[in-house]
Ligand binder design. Structure first.
Ligand code: GUN
Ligand code: FE
Length: 441
């Protein structure tokens, strides 16, 4: 049969921790096991008990490592894998100087396929088993993304960006072609295997009112799909948006007007918000997405996690590669911790690991499928080695609690701390495609 028993130290969350001592929010089993068959988790518990229950099932022994639900990245740009670490600019110049030229290359399906394959391998290498991605404007780029995800049976959400102005000619669709292509992609991919579609107007600056209107129509026709866009990342971006939509009360008012807000809507960045916009987030249930490495890299600003959470708003967290500087959700937590420190806020490791697993699953409305180790959910699992590097190993010698260990992973961890990544029950960490190294001038 295709059964396997993973053995190791097991950690999963069933609620958002309400403090460092909220032991009811998580389950930790020192000698634990996860029984998997046909890509699904069948049981999670003590190794003793599960091995007695299923004596003939082969054991993958990951002791002394930690087994957790695979990480979830709620905002990434797959055509930007070669934009990461582009020097010197803030948002609008960065888009014009680096990002838009790069995305034109995704008109070539072979290029898109190669990059999508490479992306999936890197996500697995970093312990990320689900991501929500922006493709380029080209329908074929979204096709390549979903095809590469399906090849590994990964639960991936994505969509082609809709953009019909303020971008190079080669990157523009029209309200009608953007609508039609998105519609075809939804029909082909949404609910096919583990794929989900996100309707993706890039942001207000690159969409005409007519295009946002069509995106709103599509959203109304497909309530099963996610919606993703960008909001209030940068002061110049906000000013430009308000000049393009002079009748809007504020930036979020643009998306409100076209029916794009609801609990399935993901709003990248959401940094510089007016009180009315925060009220509107709370009312509509739209999800702000915190992208710490990107916000620091582009000098965008500090995400007010505690302020939004206090309003009952459900925040997600993400890499935002290629403005983000790491694929690692651990490195994302590291920078998140520092961004919150600058505002007198704290990101406790229990909350941090809840966030990149169950928390992001809740933000996506997928907590019954992923971000958990409950029986009947999908077997996406990351195996973490908290002593993967010498600095980590040295620090771990002085660690006494689970929270301390998690904090070592949060601050010092990256792909080296990911010993294995299971996607739908199969190990994927080492199925990595390597980019050949070019000669430099
Ligand atoms: N706003 C609109 N497009 C983008 C993008 O590609 N990256 C970031 N960080 N912000 C955006
Ligand atoms: Fe982004």
């Amino acid at each position: 049969t295709d059964q396997v028993l993973l053995r190791g130290r097991i950690l999963s969350f069933n609620a958002e921790p309400q403090g460092p001592e909220d032991h009811a929010a998580y389950r930790y089993i020192e000698d634990g096991a996860i029984l998997i068959s046909s890509g699904m988790i069948r049981a999670t518990g003590a190794f003793d008990q599960l091995s007695r229950q299923a004596p003939s099932v082969p054991v993958a022994d990951h002791r002394p490592h930690l087994l957790m639900p695979g990480f979830i990245d709620t905002h990434i740009h797959y055509p930007q894998v070669q934009v990461i670490a582009s020097w010197g600019a803030q948002l609008l110049d960065w888009l014009n100087d680096y990002t838009f030229p790069e995305e034109t290359r995704f008109a070539d399906p072979a290029h898109a396929e190669a990059m999508a394959e490479w992306l999936m391998a890197q996500l697995c290498a970093h312990g990320t088993t689900t991501a929500v991605a922006y493709a380029s404007v080209h329908e074929t780029s979204a096709e390549a993304f979903f095809t590469a995800a399906a090849r590994r049976n990964m639960r991936m959400i994505g969509g082609k960006v809709m953009m019909d102005r303020n971008a190079p000619e080669a990157l523009r669709d029209t309200p009608q072609t953007g609508y039609d292509a998105s519609k075809r992609l939804i029909a082909r991919w949404h609910g096919t295997g583990r794929a989900g579609y996100a309707i993706t107007p890039r942001f207000a600056i690159t969409s005409s009112p007519e295009q946002l209107e069509m995106a709103g129509a599509l959203t109304a026709e497909h309530p099963e799909c996610h919606v993703q866009t960008h909001l209030s990342e940068n002061r110049d971006e906000i000013a430009y948006t308000l000049s393009l939509y002079p009748e809007a009360p504020d930036y979020l008012g643009v998306y409100e007007r076209y029916g794009l807000l609801g609990p399935k809507t993901l709003l990248g960045h959401s940094i510089h918000l007016e009180p009315r916009e925060i009220d509107l987030l709370a009312e509509t249930g739209a999800r702000p997405v915190f992208c710490p490495t990107s916000n620091l890299f582009l000098g965008s600003g500090l995400f007010d996690e505690a302020g939004l959470r206090a309003r009952g708003i459900c925040n997600a967290v993400a890499t935002d590669v290629g403005a983000g500087t790491s694929y690692s959700m651990l490195q994302t937590l590291n920078e998140a911790y520092k961004v919150l420190q600058l505002q007198g806020q704290k990101l406790h490791p229990l909350n941090a690991f809840h966030w990149i697993t169950r928390g992001n699953a809740v933000a996506l409305g997928l907590e019954d499928r992923i971000g958990t180790l409950e029986p009947g959910t999908e077997a996406d699992i990351v195996v973490l080695d908290s002593s993967a590097t010498e600095p980590m190993a040295l620090r771990m010698q002085r660690a006494e609690t689970l929270s301390e260990e998690l904090f070592v992973l949060q601050m010092l961890g990256d792909d080296r701390a990911v010993a294995e990544t299971y996607v739908a029950g199969l190990p994927q960490k080492h199925a990595v495609t390597r980019a050949p190294r070019p000669a430099l001038q």
